[in-house]
Design a protein around this ligand. Structure first.
Ligand code: F6P
Length: 343
């Protein structure tokens, strides 16, 4: 078969590992010819490809990012975009497409699958907010990067008796913040699912600091955390092709409020894209490899319109529609575990 791959949306550590596995099993076991579309759906619309084979992935297992490049292009938002996608696939004689992405990229894949395009999905996002899979690769790496940063912030915060606000990614769901908060020993973790009261945050910090000197507080904040209505003003930013607002900045607002309301010196660290870069953890490399092998098997079973997923430790196939319908939010029971350690 002629099998094409693409990576769409925000990049994440482990993308190369997925494609390496697809290429390996595709070429060596199934005798496939592999091709890659550059820059996500944009490259499909424009017919920009590169040949891929086992050799193309040498040395890429530990490399973050994606050798194919990525974009946030939505063909359904471009005039004639979906028709262009179909035309490219026909012209290039593509028998199957493996789309590796998050809710947006896989949302497009789902739409195309309903229109008869032979597509299989692989779930990717550091945010871990895709439904129908317990985990996405890239999440473990992102959490580890946050925890390493928090560990470092603890020591400098203690030296200066300061409050440290750490803003992490998580647009709609606070998985990264919750995990990093628990693993990093946060005084308070603020996530989109649980609107916060800035005065309650300040009260927790006062309580902690009243217990003695050098009890520095770490407040972990998801970039999508929102205050309870009417309690604090936030700015809004630009919107992308999938209608998402560009976030970043809530940490700074919160740090200003903490310093103003409590009088404690407060600093903010916004981890931003550091969380998406660099080498994947061993866990993510293994998960990505398992997803890649399962995806090429799904192609050969003609399981169109499905996504490979992790459930109870096993790799299974689920309908793409189940993955993109609604986001997977933080389990309130897990957040309650984090809450036990709030002051
Ligand atoms: O891919 C998900 C994500 O990392 C979000 O957590 C974040 O809001 C967004 O991407 C940032 O996107 P960009 O790379 O376009 O700034």
């Amino acid at each position: 078969m002629r099998v094409a791959m693409l990576t769409g949306g925000g990049d994440c550590p482990g993308l190369n590992a997925v494609m390496r596995a697809v290429a390996r099993k595709g070429e060596r076991v199934h005798g496939d010819e592999l091709v890659g579309f550059l820059d996500g759906w944009k490259g499909v619309m424009e017919g920009r490809t590169v040949p891929l084979d086992v050799a193309a992935f040498r040395g890429t297992l530990p490399r973050g990012g994606t050798i194919l490049g990525s974009s946030r292009t939505n063909p359904y938002k471009v005039d004639g975009g979906a028709e262009q996608v179909r035309a490219t696939l026909t012209e290039l004689g593509v028998d199957a497409l493996v789309a590796i992405g998050g809710e947006d990229t896989l949302g497009v894949a789902n739409h195309l699958a309903s229109d008869g395009v032979p597509v299989v999905g692989v779930p990717k996002t550091i945010d871990n907010d895709l439904s129908a899979t317990e985990l996405t690769f890239g999440f473990d790496t992102a959490v580890q990067i946050c925890v390493d940063a928090i560990d470092r912030l603890h020591t400098t915060a203690e030296s200066h008796d300061r409050v440290m606000v750490v803003e992490v990614m998580g647009r709609h769901a606070g998985h990264i913040a919750t995990w990093a908060g628990i693993a990093g020993g946060a005084t308070m973790t603020l996530i989109p699912e649980q609107p916060f009261d800035i005065e309650a945050v300040c009260e927790a910090i006062r309580h902690r600091h009243e217990q003695g000197k050098r009890l520095a507080s770490i407040v972990v904040v998801s970039e999508g955390a929102t205050p309870k209505e009417g309690t604090m003003q936030l700015q809004s930013g630009e919107v992308d092709a999938f209608g998402h607002v560009r976030l970043g900045g809530v940490g700074t607002r919160i740090a200003e409020q903490i310093e103003h309301r409590t009088g404690y010196e407060t600093r903010v660290t916004t981890l931003g894209h550091v969380q998406r870069g660099g080498t994947p953890t061993a866990f993510d490399r293994v998960l990505a490899t398992r997803f890649g092998v399962a995806a090429i098997d799904a192609v050969h079973d003609q399981a169109w319109g499905t996504m490979v997923a992790l459930r109870a430790g096993s790799i299974v196939r689920v309908p793409l529609a189940d993955a993109v319908g609604e986001l997977k939010l933080v389990d309130p029971d897990l957040y309650d575990v984090a809450r036990v350690f709030f002051e």
